[in-house]
Structure formats: C-alpha cells, structure tokens
Design a protein around this ligand. Structure first.
Ligand code: FES
Length: 170
C-alpha cells in the first residue's frame, strides 16, 4: 500500500489509515463469504465505515462498490458517518409518547444542537429516536450507551448532558 493511499482523505472522512483495513482484509481474504466479517471488523476498528475504507475493501475483495454500499445501507448495524462516543436513544414508542417523550426529544435537540441520527461536531454525542425499548413501565425512557434512564424529565436531560460532557473521550 502506498503512503498516498494511507493518507488519502475525502470530504466526509478525516485522515484514514488504511493499514487497519488491510490487516482486516488479510485476515479474512481466504475465507468464503468474507464480505460481512470484513465489514463488521472494519466497523469495530474504525467505529464506522469510512467511504475510502468501503472503496478499498471493494477493490481488494474484487467486488463492486455498489455491492458493498448495498450491504452497508441494508443493515442498520453499519454506519457510513462517524458516531459519537455516547449514543443517546430516546424511546418514542406509544407509552413513552403519551408520557412526554416528544418534549424530551425536543429538549435534547435544543441542548445538543443536533437532530435525529445526527452527531455533534466534537463526536461526543449521537442522538437517535427509537421504537419501544421494552421497559414501558419506566416511560418516558432514554438510554445512553448501555445505561437506562427512566421517568425522563427536562431536568434529567440537563443532568445527563452535563454528566456525559464531563466524561473522558478515550
Ligand atoms: S414505549 Fe418506550 S419503552 Fe416501551
């Protein structure tokens, strides 16, 4: 791999080191049906699938880029844009909706300055509205990564954002 390729960037992506992608591809290159494991490992390694990485995988696995992008857009587990360190999910299912979820969502939007499925420029937060999380008795419900917050209020939104703004990014 050339030095130029390792440093290549696109408008959407920061500088991406393709040596990680190459190591992943090398590991799976002889495995039949290797596209999914390669993409999953790339997502784990980069945190998302940068376009330059998707194109590089297509080239090295000798598949059409359209095939790669078909997989990436079909499966919700894959992301083509960087994601925040902290993924905030607010349930907008029926029970949470009637208990005030729309106000909770709007408060997060206002405080974070982003909308649904968007990420703050500092890559600290990604916000997502989600369907029923299966804990309707705790409505309205929010999650930050694996932590659950029931009985959400506008004040709790403030507390959560303040808390996670103070947490380390590494
Ligand atoms: S509707 Fe929100 S947890 Fe079920």
């Amino acid at each position: 791999m050339s030095e130029v390729a390792a440093q290549q960037t696109t408008e959407q992506d920061p500088v991406i080191d393709l040596s990680l992608a190459d190591a992943i591809i090398d590991k799976y290159i002889d495995l039949p049906g290797n596209l999914m494991p390669v993409l999953q490992a790339a997502q784990d390694g980069y945190g998302y699938i940068p376009r330059i990485v998707a194109d590089h995988i297509a080239e090295r696995l000798n598949v059409y880029p359209s095939q790669i992008y078909g997989v990436l857009t079909f499966y919700a587990q894959f992301h083509l844009k960087p994601r925040g360190k902290f993924i905030i999910r607010v349930c907008v299912g029926t029970a949470c909706h009637v208990q005030g979820a729309p106000r909770i969502v709007e408060t997060f939007f206002d405080k974070l300055g982003i909308g649904h499925a968007e990420t703050t420029p500092d890559l600290r937060f990604t916000f997502e509205k989600v369907a029923c999380l299966g804990a309707c008795g705790m409505a309205p419900l929010a999650m930050v990564n694996d932590s659950t917050y029931g009985g959400m209020t506008v004040q709790k939104v403030d507390e959560i954002i303040t808390d996670y703004r103070q947490r380390p990014m590494k």
